[in-house]
Design a protein around this ligand. Sequence first.
Ligand code: SF4
Ligand code: SF4
Length: 342
Amino acid sequence: MSLSLLHWHIEPSSICTLKCPRCPRAEVPESLLNKQLTLDFFQNQVGDDVIKEMKRITFCGNDGDPIYCNELIEIIQWIKSINPTINIVIITNGSYKKDEWWERLAHTLNKYDEINWSLDGWNQETNEQYRINSEWGSIISGIKTFKKFNSSTYTVWAMIAFKFNENHIDKIKRIAIEHSFDCFQLTLSTKFGSKYPQAYGDNDALEPSAEMVPEGHRFKRNIEILSNKRRRTEDIKSEYKKKIFELKDKGVIPRLCLIGNKGVFLNSRGEFYPCCWTATRYEHNAKWTEASKKKFNLNERTFDEIINDEFWSNEFLEFDNLECRTKCSSDKLISIDYMTEW
Ligand code: SF4
Ligand code: SF4
């Protein structure tokens, strides 16, 4: 088995109240199932031994937002009881949860953890330009409540550059500073008409100016540090670098799933994938998503059975999937930033 298992990307819920237009929820609605993982699933299908080996879990969905998993806090409490120094990262739109829930989460997370709030505007009207159906009032109230009860967890304001906000980045950053965020992250996305005209048209109303759209087919991030707090997601990068050098020494191309930075992906139906890119429900991934329904589903087989399947030592290593060819080709895997960034 060659996959790196230090980092898991887990979708605890494929449920979301928002309607972001470039989300697979909106783009492939016909095969969307609203599901969520339970504490019982983690205790029995994942199990203590697997949790003990993890260094990081990123809770983020392909199809949904982690905060809409009913047992998210209980799941994290159980994980922390087994692996107290694990780095838990939650990526969320932040809407609609009550202050009491954020207070409980604040008491559950600690200095090893991180929350990324995905906020693209500076008030209800502007955030809703992309985060359709979001609720600014509950977002800000949740941020204030979390920060009142927890000052040790690393917090990131994560915005995507769009046409409607590209000239207001400083204004948004000032709000992040007012709310004592530790980091301001600007993501330059590729999901625009100039990259994918068949999907988004030649005149994409969301697309920002050309300098805000990266070359190639993977997003880019600009990070601005706003505090002196130690960011544990940075610590794990030394492990990724070690893996890169080990693989290169063996003459193996350091694809992201062999390094660990992308994380192996577990979705809300219990299906296991080498990364979240191969798990999106777009047509080009049909081979993966079909295989994972049964063959790589933790509700059908144990993790040992899945991970020891001969597929991972044979067919998988051909990396002939469209995602592998566009995101993990050898010409892309040159920059250390590319190979260690999530
Ligand atoms: S908040 Fe996330 S999961 Fe929800 S619709 Fe937007 S992109 Fe999709
Ligand atoms: S795109 Fe392919 S090579 Fe890259 S991380 Fe995913 S499975 Fe691995």
